[in-house]
Design a protein around this ligand. Structure first.
Ligand code: GLC
Length: 682
């Protein structure tokens, strides 16, 4: 049962697409205050678990910290960070005991449809208090009642609409690096994969393919005939996937800039002039993607690349990220001037109290020049003829930039799926594209963070998801890459991406590359299963990744597990995420078949009893666990998705088990029409 409560005058985010009549009054439990903005306070029982929040820090159980929905470009994903790139305001309280004092269901879900900054204090200020708060009392609050967290998620997924479905090739492996700049670089990477028989389907093009980082351009010096080059790569069964950034470079004479300016499609300041922010190309304007006309215009520009044969994109910098604004620069300059005028480089903190500018202040001012709240509060969107200040709707920008592309693709390629994923997002964007989780690091702890975000993102509708495998920032190591890839084998988006200046981390850069070939090969062996489970999750509004607790709600031990996940209906995954480990402990909530894909191409199977086990997993092995009584289809390894032989599948798992395989052509936009489900028996 879903109740919708209306407070004030909410902004229409289009996150929910099923009409739900507004309930009268207030929710029968929790305390709502409209004194200062909006707040919802609820006293949690000692053992209540909180799920959800999508792309957020820390655990699968979100209890014990404070999270802030405020889409932020911050490449330091440290344990104390409260905001990442997305804003996913859906959570579920899963009660383990009857309520003692409150008139509340034991388990309930909350979706706070509010596009500005929203704080979730989940037992941070006081261990037993859940407090959700924001500045403006204008929002929709959805309260979902149901017998279990899993059931509540399914109800929520129904009202937010079907998740994005990518083309099947997007289930292949992709290589990316910020720093591939011209056709020579891409040829070299393609050759590195193909010559070494390392499977690959996609090469990602970062900002250097453009003409001076201008969206919807391709550098003529770096690509003499881009259309021919796209085809040259396709002839090797590799698709090129270019990046598109949010800001449009200010460059008089540039047709995209001129058109946007002339039609008034850019976000404006109070004085009516377009807002200026520096990103990769230097000063840019942000398209007002909340205005349907501007959104349609932005999306129509993708045609420039689809006309050249491009079939996929990644949308970036769309929080939107601001490196600095002219106003911010002026403030820093004024501070510097005062520092120079003081002529006292020895000034310390006390001096600051005497109005002298210190070196520390200068440092802080420079550090804080990007993504300043005052900049986000200084420009406007046009919505239904009125002006809305950006910070009030900040969390909708990446969503609507990606929606611009998604809506345009419906016109550009009405019958074809286009690969699309974004860095910033809000619930609602899950209908138009997937997500990658931004600038992580080559750290072991980030493998675990990657794993923990997966089910939470699924709960919020995002199914096509993945992290930068091998780590984006910092130098990777061979063992880290192998272990991370062994998790990436299971994530719908499987992409190795790294930052400029870091150690090269393409699979062929390391010794004994047969180990890397093997791990990538396992991904391709599993594609029939992974694709089938993805499609079922998308078409049936289900989860692809689940916490163990969703499947074994009565198992007290399973409720605690934060480093293993259920995938689809048949398997459990438990990747190794510590350095120098020869294996790991796993908890089996029931008897399962432990499967290891060994580097010689064989598969080792062993039935393990319910309970705790230490399992040996070498660096070049991929483990998974098949649930009791189940089986999964496995193909032979292939070097690209189209070469996976789906006719000759082996069933792996328990004797007598059967599996329902979903298949379609992997390209058609309405998969329901084309798709088939057939039962395979072992
Ligand atoms: C941002 C993106 C990263 C990309 C870089 C350059 O940091 O998150 O993936 O490589 O910009 O475009």
């Amino acid at each position: 049962m879903i109740q919708k409560y209306v407070f004030g005058t909410p902004f229409e985010t289009d996150a929910v697409i099923t009409p739900i009549p507004a309930a009268q009054g207030r929710p029968p439990f929790g305390m709502i205050s409209l004194e200062e903005g909006f707040s919802f306070t609820y006293t949690m029982e000692k053992d209540d678990i909180i799920y959800g929040l999508g792309e957020a820090n820390r655990g699968i159980n979100k209890r014990g910290y404070c999270y802030i929905s405020n889409c932020t470009d911050d490449p330091e994903h440290l344990e104390d960070k409260r905001s990442f790139y997305g804003a996913h305001n859906f959570l579920i309280l899963s009660g383990q005991s009857d309520r003692t004092s409150q008139d509340a269901p034991r388990t309930f879900g909350l979706f706070i449809d509010y596009p500005g900054k929203l704080t979730f204090d989940i037992g941070y200020t006081r261990q037993d208090l859940l407090r959700i708060a924001c500045d403006d009392p204008d929002l929709y609050l959805y309260v979902i009642d149901g017998p279990s967290p899993y059931d509540i998620v399914k109800q929520f997924r129904q009202i937010i609409g079907r998740s994005y479905i990518p083309p099947k090739f997007a289930f292949g492996y992709g290589q990316s690096r910020w720093g591939y700049k011209d056709q020579k670089d891409f040829r070299r990477v393609a050759e590195g994969y193909r010559k070494n028989h390392l499977p690959i389907d996609m090469l990602y093009m970062d900002i250097d393919y453009m003409d001076r980082y201008k969206d919807f351009t391709v550098s003529k010096e770096r690509f003499d005939d881009f259309k021919a080059f796209v085809q040259e790569m396709k002839d090797q069964d590799i698709r090129l996937i270019p990046i598109i950034d949010a800001g449009i470079k200010i460059e008089p004479g540039d047709p995209v800039y001129e058109e946007g300016l002339q039609k008034g499609f850019f976000c404006q300041k109070e004085d009516g002039t377009p807002f200026v922010a520096a990103v990769w190309p230097g000063y840019t304007h942000f398209t007002d993607v909340l205005d349907p006309d501007a959104r349609a215009w932005f999306g129509s520009n993708y045609r420039f690349l689809t006309d050249m044969g491009i079939e996929g994109f990644w949308n970036d910098m769309n929080e939107p990220a601001i490196f600095f604004t002219p106003e911010g620069v002026d403030e820093v300059k004024a501070l510097m001037q005062r520092f120079i005028d003081n002529d006292d480089p020895n000034a310390n903190w006390d001096a600051a109290q005497e109005e002298k500018v210190t070196v520390a202040q200068l440092q802080a001012a420079l550090k804080g020049i990007g993504n300043r709240p005052e900049d986000y509060a200084s420009f406007y969107h046009k919505v239904d003829g009125r002006l809305v200040r950006h910070d009030k709707v900040h969390n909708l920008y990446g969503y609507n930039m990606t929606r611009a592309a998604g809506e345009a693709f419906e016109k550009i390629a009405p019958n074809k799926r286009i690969l699309l994923f974004s860095r910033s997002s809000y619930i609602g964007m899950h209908r138009y594209g997937g997500i990658w989780t931004g600038d992580n690091k080559s750290w072991w702890s980030h493998i675990l963070l990657n794993l923990k975000m997966l089910p939470s993102l699924n709960m919020c509708g995002f199914l096509y998801i993945g992290a930068d495998l091998g780590g984006f920032g910092a130098d990777t190591t061979r063992d880290l890459l192998l272990r991370w890839l062994a998790l990436g084998v299971f994530t719908p988006l499987m992409r190795n991406h790294a930052a400029i200046g870091t150690r090269e981390q393409e699979c062929y850069q390391f010794e004994n590359l047969e180990d890397l070939r093997h791990i990538l090969g396992v991904r391709y062996r599993l594609i029939p299963y992974l694709y089938s489970e993805y499609m079922k999750a998308a078409l049936d509004g289900d989860l692809y990744f689940k916490p163990l607790a969703f499947v074994y709600p009565d198992d007290r031990m399973a409720l605690q597990v934060e480093d293993q996940l259920m995938l689809g209906g048949e398997i459990m995954i438990a990747p190794v995420y510590t350095q120098n480990a020869s294996g790991r402990y796993v908890y089996l909530p029931e008897e399962m078949m432990f499967i290891k894909f060994l580097p010689d191409g064989t598969i080792r199977q062993e039935v393990l009893e319910k309970g705790h086990h230490y399992v040996e997993i070498a660096l070049n092995e991929v483990p998974l666990f098949i649930r009791k009584g189940a089986c999964i289809p496995v193909a032979e390894a292939a070097e690209h998705v189209a070469a996976v032989d789906t006719e000759h599948l082996t069933l792996l798992g328990y004797e007598g088990a059967s599996y329902v395989l979903y298949e379609d052509d992997g390209l058609c936009r309405d998969p329901k029409v084309q798709g088939s489900r057939r039962t395979l028996h072992r």
